[in-house]
Design a protein around this ligand. Structure first.
Ligand code: FES
Ligand SMILES: [Fe+2]
Length: 444
């Protein structure tokens, strides 16, 4: 349980909020590279409560800039993306990807230079990696190196990414991700051999009461779930990297691949979910890519569409097919015979529960009401992440920066799973820590 003040402190991300300030220390995934083409339509975004546009200029550079024209507040979305700049449709003022005002056609020559200086629009630093545009929205002087996530630095064809909208606060998305005890229920298929979770070893997870251990690391924590399996142990080792990155292991064996998510806040009530996949041994096969695209796991079945946020602002995003409006296509017969929920896709199952949980309500339809929870020991990963985030937020308020962000290599953690005889999590980390790239000693 969290009191209302702490709940809101951890949830709210707008400019000037304590958690918003922490997010503004990190590189965040913002959109897919192929959403923006040179001299084509801009993409409407909201990130950390700020209304933004992304566009690719004539030379191929991607910008993320504020959504409104400084002249009289017109929406730059309707502007023309031409000759290395976006020209406002109202009176023709033109801006480049760095936010500089290039032209002001409707004033006299003598006033132009001064006005162009003052007419700058906010522009944030971007980086493109493996089909994803990342953004840094903090102070320029505090910009960390671009994190070396495996999926962001993998060779062509060995990384996969997609994004979509979830209508909850970012923290609820993250908490669903690191809550491993829901897997045995929410995602249970009655026939384990044909389970959608088979790639994650679900058919081996017959032991429904795993031992769960958490160890804090330089970047957040690593946690292990140990299940009994035929006289040995089936270990799955996950990672949470602050503030909102998760790494989930695939099938047991030598490390070859993992999946994970990142939860980039849109505003306090919506989150832009990114899923990432990575293989270190070869490009993804056609079948693997088809599995991703099927919507069975992550991403869900979805289509590119615009979405009107409750305050009227439109964002361009990807909307899941199974949604609040159609009860996530729940099939009550399927619920009796096929899986525990009667809902088809794994992430559809997650969203059905997350989007419809008890919220603060009113102006905050997406923030989970954590004041009435009854947490148990199975929630320890969630409790530890909250505590760790709160510590980072409070330290930042005192001027203590999150230390690990300066070390781009610290983001290269790998989720692994093994069938072995190692009994304790510490011994497991000792044995396989190098493979998982775990850095035990907290540096923050
Ligand atoms: S409002 Fe954009 S140029 Fe006037
Ligand atoms: Fe889930």
């Amino acid at each position: 349980m969290l009191n209302r003040e702490i709940n809101e402190m951890l949830s709210r991300v707008g400019p000037g909020t304590p958690m918003g300030n922490l997010f503004r220390r990190f590189w965040l995934p913002a959109l897919m590279s192929n959403e923006v083409r040179s001299d084509s339509a801009p993409v409407r975004l909201r990130i950390l409560g700020e209304d933004l546009l992304s566009f690719r200029d004539s030379s191929g550079r991607v910008g993320i800039v504020e959504a409104y024209c400084p002249h009289r507040g017109a929406p730059l979305f309707f502007g023309r993306n031409e000759q290395c700049g976006l020209r406002c449709a109202y009176h023709g003022w033109k801006f480049n990807v760095d936010g500089e005002c290039l032209e002001i056609p409707n004033i006299s020559e003598s006033d132009k230079a001064d006005m162009r200086q003052r007419a700058r629009i906010t522009s944030y630093a971007t980086r493109e990696a493996n089909g994803v545009v990342w953004v840094y929205m903090g102070e320029a002087s505090k910009m960390p190196p671009f994190p070396k996530f495996d999926y962001a630095s993998a060779p062509d064809g060995q990384a996969y990414a997609a994004r979509w909208l979830q209508r909850t606060n970012w923290l609820q998305g993250l908490e669903g991700e690191i809550d491993s005890s829901h897997i045995s229920w929410l995602h249970r298929d009655f026939d384990a051999e044909s389970s959608k979770m088979k790639s994650a070893g679900a058919q081996l997870a017959t032991d429904a009461a795993p031992l769960m251990e958490i160890r804090e690391t330089a970047t957040g924590y690593t946690y292990g779930a140990r299940r009994n399996l035929n006289g040995q142990y089936f270990w799955r080792q996950y990672h949470w990297v602050a503030p909102m990155f998760s790494f989930i292991p695939h099938a047991p064996g030598p490390f070859a691949s993992f999946g994970g998510r990142a939860w980039t806040p849109i505003d306090d009530n919506h989150v832009n979910v990114f899923t990432f996949g990575y293989r270190n041994d070869r490009p993804f096969s056609k079948e693997e890519l088809e599995t991703y695209e099927s919507g069975a796991l992550f991403p869900p079945r979805m289509k590119a569409a615009k979405f009107q946020l409750p305050d009227g602002y439109l964002i361009d995003t990807f909307l899941p097919v199974a949604s609040k409006e159609n009860d996530y296509e729940i099939d009550r017969e399927m619920q009796k015979t096929v899986n525990f929920t009667g809902i088809w896709g794994v992430h559809d199952q997650d969203r059905a529960l997350a989007e419809n949980s008890r919220k603060l309500g009113g102006a905050d339809p997406g923030i989970l009401d954590r004041t009435k929870e009854h947490l148990v020991s199975a929630d320890k990963a969630i409790v530890t992440a909250r505590r760790s985030l709160l510590k980072m937020v409070r330290e930042l308020q005192e001027g203590i920066e999150p230390g690990f962000i300066a070390d781009a290599e610290a983001f290269r953690v790998r989720a692994i799973s093994k069938i072995c005889d190692v009994a304790s999590f510490d011994a497991f980390i000792e044995t396989y820590g190098e493979e998982a790239h775990v850095r035990r000693s907290p540096s923050r």
